[in-house]
Design a protein around this ligand. Sequence first.
Ligand SMILES: [Zn+2]
Ligand SMILES: [Zn+2]
Ligand SMILES: [Zn+2]
Length: 168
Amino acid sequence: MTENPMSIFGGAPDLDAYKAPAVTTRDKRVCICGHPASAHATQNPNASIADAWKRMKRDKCKTGKTTCPCDGFIEILESEKMNHFVFRTTTGGQNGHALYRGVAKALSEGKTVTWTNANALQCLICSRTEPPLYIAAMTLGGRVSEEPQPKNVFLCEQHYVDQGGTTV
Ligand SMILES: [Zn+2]
Ligand SMILES: [Zn+2]
Ligand SMILES: [Zn+2]
């Protein structure tokens, strides 16, 4: 047998060219809408153009079965485990919001969640930063909604209630 198995092909190629590319670290960022950065076509560096195009035509944010009208990725946290951030915003006050449900789910399974965007962790209206802050899907008219909306914001308790939110 030949010493170099590649010599059967007539030569020894530059094997460095065949090494696996440096491992791309998985994107751990979660959007304020409650879904992974990778669900947002414009925030996934590995998305194919066809993939991004499909998402843009169909939904602006899509993860698993969840569709979401989020109109732009805003980083809010990093999570050890991304598959907890697949909920749909629904009824139940802020407990029904996709972000709240994702964080609660991750913590219930002992996973680490880290807030990474202090600028977004404040009431949209009065800039209060002290807890409690309420995560809200907000209609274009500025009302708190229990359906997915293009905008998701934090509000202090007073402004959450003023804008139509229900505290539980
Ligand atoms: Zn989003
Ligand atoms: Zn979303
Ligand atoms: Zn406020």
